[in-house]
Design a protein around this ligand. Structure first.
Ligand code: ADP
Length: 206
């Protein structure tokens, strides 16, 4: 499964929850890059300037990272990609990877959110977490890059019949609920074991 949406739409938050619900790893290229920057790795040094400017990391680097990550044993039964693919070249690379594995995407979850709302969320996150790319100017740039490079991918995946669209506004739980609902409507249901056990109250509810 893929999660697509503008910066600030809540992909990371929802990816964590879906990862738990479906018992598959959530792979976030942004998180992998940030981890490497934080730890001063060679990859971190290569990507830092791009990230700080709100620009995309070159496809060659990004594709190599994802290819490696999806080969790990925990991803053999499925995975959720958050923030990848973001360019048409990345779509082609993912197609190649999946085909080589004899597998295919089940769904592409598009989380939509109003621009002013996502800018407000990102500025709030800047105040809380101090991410280097959460300044007002860089946020505007990231949104522009998303519109130019990543929004066109929605058409590609729509023409393959894979896209489900969910409104990203509202409480985190509500959004998760919406995603699980649209996925269930496509026959993608959460494994029974992953459904939280409810208290006795549920039985008395009409
Ligand atoms: P957001 O979607 O909120 O901007 P992410 O954590 O997904 O944040 O990504 C942060 C940054 O990491 C991006 O602005 C970009 O520099 C880099 N990045 C993440 N994923 C990709 C990708 N698939 N291709 C190129 N660059 C990426």
């Amino acid at each position: 499964m893929l999660l697509i949406g503008p910066p600030g739409a809540g992909k990371g938050t929802q990816a964590e929850r879906l990862s738990e619900a479906f018992d598959v790893p959530a792979v976030s290229t942004g998180d992998i890059f940030r981890f490497n920057v934080k730890n001063d790795t060679e990859l971190g040094l290569q990507v830092k300037a791009f990230m700080d400017a709100g620009a995309y990391v070159p496809d060659s680097l990004t594709n190599a990272i994802v290819s490696d990550r999806l080969k790990k044993p925990d991803a053999t039964e499925g995975f959720l990609l958050d923030g990848y693919p973001r360019t048409q070249e990345q779509v082609l690379e993912l197609d190649r990877l999946l085909e080589a594995d004899g597998t295919a995407l089940d769904a592409v979850v598009l989380i939509v959110a109003d621009t002013e709302e996502v800018v407000a969320r990102l500025l709030k996150r800047a105040a809380e977490q101090g991410r280097a790319d959460d300044t007002a100017d860089v946020i505007r740039h990231r949104l522009a890059v998303y519109e130019e490079q990543t929004a066109p991918l929605i058409d590609i995946y729509s023409s393959r019949g894979l896209v489900v669209t969910v409104d990203g506004l509202g409480a985190v739980d509500e959004v998760t609920g919406r995603i699980l609902e649209v996925l269930a409507a496509r026959g993608l249901t959460v494994p029974v074991a992953a459904v939280p056990v409810t208290s006795g109250d549920a039985a008395s509810a009409s």
